[in-house]
Design a protein around this ligand. Sequence first.
Ligand SMILES: [Zn+2]
Length: 114
Amino acid sequence: MHELSITQSILNIALSSAENEHAKKINKIKITLGEMTGCVPQYIQEYFDIVSEGTIAHGAKLEFDSIPASAKCLDCGAETRLIRFRFRCEHCGSQKLKIVSGREFLVDSIDIDD
Ligand SMILES: [Zn+2]
């Protein structure tokens, strides 16, 4: 996933929930982002400032909650942390891993003025 498409989704989600609340301005957006998405929060904020231009979300601050990438080893069953996409079980060295977390992307909450 690329930052720009993620940013566009964040904006769409935030705007439609703000509309439901009849908000006048969006101040803050909380986002959960998994490490496996490979997205850099700083870039998302920069894109956001551009794509939100002219909307009630312009100027909103994005807050990120990062979810570490982890996988379960299919050979020994251990759960292993994936550091910088090093795809190997820390316990037995197997490369047969199933990703269990780190692909998350969701908008948790938005802070609005109504
Ligand atoms: Zn293993």
